[in-house]
Design a protein around this ligand. Structure first.
Ligand code: CA
Length: 253
């Protein structure tokens, strides 16, 4: 059984960074999409994002639980897969000073049972395109977002003028022994498309540009992803850029 009908994905190191510390994974068969944005010097960031993705693959892509898991079990499974990723990053860096402090964001989507199950930590994002409307369905775990939520600043620009960098995270995998994972799920509707990305896209392109581009190229996901990456590059490409778009199968319809 295939849970994702079509998808497109691209990761680009951008124009400034030496390495690409982002990583992604898609499984049509298992209905899994993961994007991770690693951080840490030398090779550490790449290792952290890769370890996270491998941990989630090995937990979610097992046929035996897929046959039985109901909605609650799926949500718990997804949350515990992300917690396991956190532990594996911690143990990968222990005893290796060069990897100390490495971490990663994560956004993970699992499409099954006519629903999308979502987990995230950090400032990578998931958007849903429904009709012509693109909506962000994750809430960044960043200092800027925290201050916006608290009403300290009204816009990201205001925060930036006050010297609050957009890259300060309040949560990431690999930083502490315990991590709080946001998990949620929602019903799929026919025609829904989901966009998973690292902040290398969203720090370069405002949401209304992203919405305009995906609507322009829909249903050609390949062209949309390509154009989004080009858009981020031509706006400066200051960070690694990863974009995955996926159209789920609407089961039972
Ligand atoms: Ca990044």
């Amino acid at each position: 059984m295939v849970h994702i009908i079509s998808y497109a994905a691209k990761s680009d190191k951008g124009l400034v960074r030496q390495n690409n510390q982002d990583a992604f994974h898609v499984s049509l068969e298992h209905g899994v999409v993961v994007v991770a944005d690693g951080m840490g010097g030398h090779q550490a960031g790449e290792i952290a994002s890769q370890v996270a993705i491998e941990a989630i693959k090995s937990d979610l892509e097992q046929d035996h639980w897929e046959a039985e898991g109901d909605e609650m079990q799926t949500l718990l499974k997804l949350g515990s897969a992300v917690e396991k990723a956190n532990r594996l990053i911690r143990s990968a860096s222990s005893g290796r000073p060069e990897l100390q402090g490495m971490g990663t964001t994560i956004v993970a989507g699992l499409f099954r049972l006519g629903r999308v199950f979502l987990a995230h930590v950090g400032d990578s994002r998931i958007y849903r395109l429904r009709g012509n409307k693109l909506q962000q369905i994750t809430n960044d775990h960043s200092l800027v977002q925290q201050l916006l939520d608290a009403g300290t600043f009204k816009t990201e620009q205001e925060a930036a003028q006050a010297g609050i960098g957009s890259n300060v995270l309040t949560r990431a995998l690999g930083i502490e022994d315990q991590v709080e994972v946001d998990v949620t799920d929602e019903l799929l509707e026919a025609g829904d498309v989901f966009l998973f990305c690292s902040d290398g896209l969203t720090s370069m392109l405002p949401d209304n540009d992203i919405e305009r581009l995906v609507n322009h190229y829909y249903p050609d996901l390949e062209a949309a992803v390509e154009r989004l990456v080009v858009g981020a590059l031509s706006s400066g490409g200051l960070d690694n850029i990863t974009v995955v778009m996926a159209q789920p199968e609407i089961e039972g319809k």
